[in-house]
Design a binder for this molecule. Structure first.
Ligand code: SF4
Length: 219
């Protein structure tokens, strides 16, 4: 379920109250380092699109941070394209021209069917990553994407849990799930500890974590 809109004014508070740990970590690293590598930009950017951050706000949000590290001009040249592309804008415009040209050339060669399938593939709108996709990612050195329950050390995970306000007993339960490689169950226990409410369906998508959290916060 998508919420109509989140505003830039509220985004820090909402990140603290309703983002799952994977997105909260990326959000905090972006605020701290004013930069995220490609994997982090994709994971967080698509999540933010899914929770209702509009394209103009997304551009303003990423630009405000990246400008502090690489400058506004470089942001416009190198990074704004991929944000528009995530929202299915930039890619559509550029791909349209590119594929129209290719279409003409390939028409001569009678391979219209191939072009058509590639064309529609390129126009696809990117959707937010599921837990399964995030858990199976392989973050490298300096990356902040991935699932903390799968990719953090025990020490870092314990510290992150207590920053989220998870009490020590619940931390123990979460760590047991993590040791048995039940990462989504660990996330579900975290959700329940943070919200003081059960999550019977379990967590299977970061955007589901967000929407379930918002339902509780707004009730
Ligand atoms: Fe994010 Fe899913 Fe991992 Fe929770 S289980 S931290 S929602 S990837």
């Amino acid at each position: 379920k998508e919420f109509a809109e989140i505003s830039l004014r509220d985004i820090d508070d909402i990140a603290k109250s309703s983002f799952p740990m994977c997105m909260r970590h990326l959000f905090e690293k972006l605020r701290e380092e004013h930069h995220l590598k490609h994997g982090g930009r994709m994971q967080l950017g698509l999540f933010l699109k899914g929770v209702g951050l509009k394209l103009d706000d997304a551009l303003a949000f990423w630009k405000a941070e990246f400008s502090r590290k690489v400058g506004a001009e470089r942001f416009d040249k190198e990074y704004s394209y991929s944000i528009r592309h995530n929202y299915g804008r930039e890619g559509k415009e550029r791909c349209f021209l590119l594929f129209k040209t290719l279409q003409f050339l390939f028409m001569v060669l009678c391979v219209m069917i191939t072009i058509k399938s590639v064309y529609f593939w390129a126009l696809q709108d990117y959707t937010p990553y599921s837990c399964q996709k995030i858990i199976s990612s392989t973050p490298g050195v300096g990356d902040h994407h991935g699932c903390p329950y799968r990719h953090f050390s025990e020490e870092n995970l314990t510290a992150a849990l207590s920053r989220m306000g998870v009490n020590s007993r619940a931390v123990g339960d979460v760590m047991n799930k993590v040791r048995n490689k039940h990462y989504q169950l660990a996330c579900t226990l975290t959700f329940e500890a943070v919200h003081g409410s059960s999550c019977d369906s379990g967590i299977n998508h970061p955007n589901q974590y967000f929407s379930d959290s918002q339902i509780i916060m707004k009730s």
